[in-house]
Design a protein around this ligand. Structure first.
Ligand code: UD1
Length: 408
């Protein structure tokens, strides 16, 4: 692995960024679509693919699966989305072997919903030496998720596509990435009804055929949101293009309440900065269409620069405030009240620091914090940011930020 870090010259309170920045394809969409290629008889073409590290890892897993239905242990242990492969592999080959999946450490990320789902669909599960071995010919089942899970919804939806009979998934996640995948699979012979609602009905059937139709990766709404927050913090005339504004509705409504002015186009959002200080707004993370947990750390950076006191209530994960200490070191007034709640008072001037993101989303939040700080900050472990964001330094440089990648 190539070790590098980012060096960022902070702007302080200057609103110096301007220009246009394009949003790339969504990481959390393409990873699942790549996994779904197992359901196909023919070749699938993917468009608008961000060449990020996690996509490379998923490709390596797919190559390994050509030999046998077992996920490469080292890679799967680094990538949460690896679990999504288990659905199509099991449905197509009648067995799959995989380790407990890795990914960002956000607190507990169990896999009980997947295992319960497979059992309900008739599979048998053996756990041996840290590996799960699942076997069985899948049949349709009625599954009610006790809580909403994005990857469990996607995985069981994919498994059900090749299972025998009808599957109903209730209390399913409604993220747009699921809708995008279901829509594509339906054009290739699948029968998935209700994607984007809490109830999915899937009629299982035969193997899918792409017949030359490509999967087009939708724009990354987390990247869109991060750029919006960056523009609100440090931009005076920034246009975000190639995005899907309606996927950012929760963030846009909060930013509007904070006093940020923007114009929404069909696939663009422009921010023109006024002189007034943004007002603090409290945030509560929620499954889509609510405020995404993946923007929680970035929003915390925003709140350090807004006037007043606000809280962030994290309802999805219980280990997602590990950034708070670093922001406090930079001068933020931030207090972790309990594992689900932080309080932030602003505005506070931030000062440059040497940082290292505890997860991929917080890594990007640190780049934003470094941007509004006084002085030159270092954000170590660029890899964790490269996992989800393509060549971020090149794209942010074009807006006028002085950010460089340096090898360690
Ligand atoms: C996905 C996203 C991640 C995002 C998260 C929430 C991918 C690759 N990652 O993660 O970026 O932050 O959705 O929007 O798409 N849970 C269980 N048992 C399970 C599965 C989940 O208890 O079997 C719990 C989790 O601990 C968590 C909640 O369900 O509290 C939601 O997790 P989930 O939606 O599954 O998140 P991920 O799929 O891990």
């Amino acid at each position: 692995m190539n070790k590098s870090k980012f060096v960022i010259e902070g702007l302080g309170r200057k609103k110096a960024l301007s220009g246009t920045i394009a949003v790339r394809g969504a990481k959390n969409a393409i990873l699942k679509a790549l996994a779904a290629s197992i359901l196909f008889e023919d070749e699938v073409e993917f468009k608008n693919v961000p060449e990020i590290e996690d996509v490379r890892r998923m490709r390596e897993l797919l190559v390994g699966l050509k030999q046998n239905p077992e996920l490469h242990r080292d890679i799967a242990e680094r990538l949460r989305a690896s679990i999504v492969l288990t659905g199509p592999v099991l449905a197509r080959y009648g067995e799959v072997t995989f380790p407990f999946p890795g990914g960002c450490v956000l607190g507990e990320r169990p896999i009980d919903l997947f295992l319960d789902g497979y059992r309900a669909m008739g599979a048998e599960i053996v756990e041996n030496d840290g590996l799960f071995i699942i076997k069985g010919k899948l049949r349709g089942a009625h599954i009610f998720f006790p809580f909403v899970s994005v990857t469990a919804t996607e995985t069981l939806m994919l498994a059900a596509t090749l299972a025998e009979g009808r599957t109903i998934l209730e209390n399913a996640a409604m993220e747009p990435e699921i809708d995008s995948l279901a829509g594509y699979l339906n054009t290739c012979g699948a029968h998935i009804d209700g994607a984007g609602t809490p109830t999915l009905k899937i009629e299982g059937g035969g193997i899918l055929r792409a017949n030359g139709r490509p999967y087009i990766t939708p724009p990354d709404r987390i990247e869109t949101g991060s750029f919006l927050i960056l523009a609100a913090l440090a931009g005076h005339d920034v246009k975000i293009v190639d995005c899907e504004p309606k996927h950012s509705a929760a963030l846009l409504s909060l930013l509007a309440r904070a006093g940020i002015k923007f114009e929404i186009g069909e696939s663009s959002i422009s921010l023109r900065q006024g002189l007034t200080l943004p007002q603090a707004v409290s945030v509560r993370t929620h499954e889509y269409p609510g405020f995404p947990t993946d923007l929680q750390a970035t929003m915390a950076v925003f709140l350090t620069q807004a006037e007043g006191e606000a809280t962030i209530l994290e309802t999805i994960f219980d280990g997602r405030f590990r950034y708070a200490e670093d922001l406090a070191r930079m001068g933020a007034d931030i207090e972790v009240l309990n594992p689900h709640k932080v309080r932030i008072r602003g505005p506070r001037a931030l000062s440059a620091q040497e940082l290292e993101g505890p997860d991929l989303r917080a890594g990007l939040a640190y780049i934003l914090a470094a941007t509004v700080a006084e002085g030159t900050s270092v954000v170590n472990n660029a890899y964790i940011i490269d996992r989800g964001y393509l060549a971020i330094e090149e794209r942010l440089s074009k807006l006028g930020l002085n950010i460089k990648r340096e090898q360690i």
